[in-house]
Ligand binder design. Sequence first.
Ligand SMILES: [Zn+2]
Length: 199
Amino acid sequence: MKDKPVEVYAIALDLLRAPGNILPRDVARGVEDMARSAARNSLLDPPLGIWTTEMNIELDDYNRFTAYHFRCRGRLLVFLVTGDTVKNTGTDWVWFNTRCGVCPLTLKSIVVPIAVLGKGKYPATWWVKYWERIVTSVGDSPCEKPFIDEAIWNTTLHALAKKCPTCHEAAVREFPLFREKLVKMVTKIIENVRIPCVD
Ligand SMILES: [Zn+2]
């Protein structure tokens, strides 16, 4: 089911739209859940391409299905770049408060909401690199996936912060807690996006 979400979604819609709606209520609920899971799984991968006549799904349904992906992406990007993230996770993290004299700070960025950090607070550049990567990855996978991807953490924040033993140690300690909060918020945002034809 994870490999072919659009096909699973189309099958579910066919069943739900069966003439006379002959499905018993509990079966219909199961089919709706199947459609929901298919839509949710589609968020793991980049958006699908344009519809073709070979696809086993009607054009309108296909457009609704792909629009779901873009809607989730839009909501998450707003959350990530407008300052909602900072408002919801706080500003006490080491990456927003480092004054070690070793780690460079980023004074201006279009993807990190620097203005909401407060006067005189700037994020460590290694944090900004991590965040830029997250924002890019959410464009392809608008769900929890980029946040729990160990490779992103390892190749950005973890690798770059190592130049400063003090901040690196604090970052390693604080990051799991930050990530846990973030993933919970991402799940909540996605769950509030309507699944077309089902919700
Ligand atoms: Zn430092």
